[in-house]
Design a protein around this ligand. Structure first.
Ligand SMILES: CC(C)(COP(=O)(O)OP(=O)(O)OC[C@H]1O[C@@H](n2cnc3c(N)ncnc32)[C@H](O)[C@@H]1OP(=O)(O)O)[C@@H](O)C(=O)NCCC(=O)NCCS
Length: 183
């Protein structure tokens, strides 16, 4: 997995302590138990939607995770493509012992880098964490955003708050790198 630091994101990447080197890498099937546990931990606290091991297995290629030198699991993020130019940031979670150290933003920017590699221009997220996503360059959008496809409601069917949804829809437009013109 390329280092997101190599890219020029719209927001500067946070400074991580050199004492805690972390690697951002693609998730594999072997990671599923730990991935499941972390997402479940926050889902049980009403902060995000649970993901079954089966669902994780069928979408494992969508996930990046942050791991420390001792294979400690620091966080995870998923990126799900929904339309030609649009993907949803989903399954974002930072381990309880790594909260508030800039890793959430690092993960979101890692997903953003992946989106740029895929040539996508719009990133979408459902969240209770409006402030956090604003700090990552996202803006709140109307719930019935005409330019977004119905796919943004794809996960609502398995959400217990289907008819009483308090999640906030947020969007970020990303600049793609300019093509290099041969001289
Ligand atoms: C939300 C979450 C991913 C944030 O991760 P984090 O590593 O703690 O956040 P960061 O340290 O990267 O914070 C980045 C910025 O957002 C701000 N921020 C983070 N959480 C915030 C919150 N709950 N309210 C207000 N601001 C917040 C930070 O202060 C920081 O601001 P700065 O730019 O001034 O430095 C993490 O708290 C988490 O895993 N929560 C539980 C699961 C969850 O809610 N997932 C989101 C599902 S969409």
């Amino acid at each position: 997995m390329p280092n997101p630091l190599e890219f020029q994101p719209a927001n500067p990447l946070p400074q991580l302590s050199p004492a805690v080197p972390l690697e951002l890498r693609a998730a594999t099937l072997e990671d599923i138990p730990r991935l499941y546990d972390l997402i479940k931990y926050w889902a049980e606290r009403g902060r995000m939607l649970e993901r079954s091991p089966e669902l994780l297995a069928s979408t494992i290629h969508e996930f990046l995770l942050l791991e420390d030198q001792h294979h400690g699991f620091a966080g995870v993020v998923g990126l799900h493509r929904m339309a030609e130019d649009l993907a949803e940031v989903r399954g974002l979670a930072v381990a309880p012992n790594y909260q508030g150290k800039g890793l959430g933003r690092w993960l979101v920017l890692g997903a953003e880098r992946m989106a740029r590699d895929w040539g996508l221009k719009r990133l979408f997220a459902w969240t209770y964490e409006q402030r956090f996503f604003e700090r990552c360059g996202y803006a709140r959008i109307p719930r019935e955003e005409a330019t977004l496809p119905q796919e943004i409601y794809g996960e609502c069917q398995r959400c217990p708050f289907l008819t009483n949804c308090k999640e906030i829809p947020m969007l970020k437009l990303i600049d793609l790198p300019k093509p290099v013109v041969a001289s």
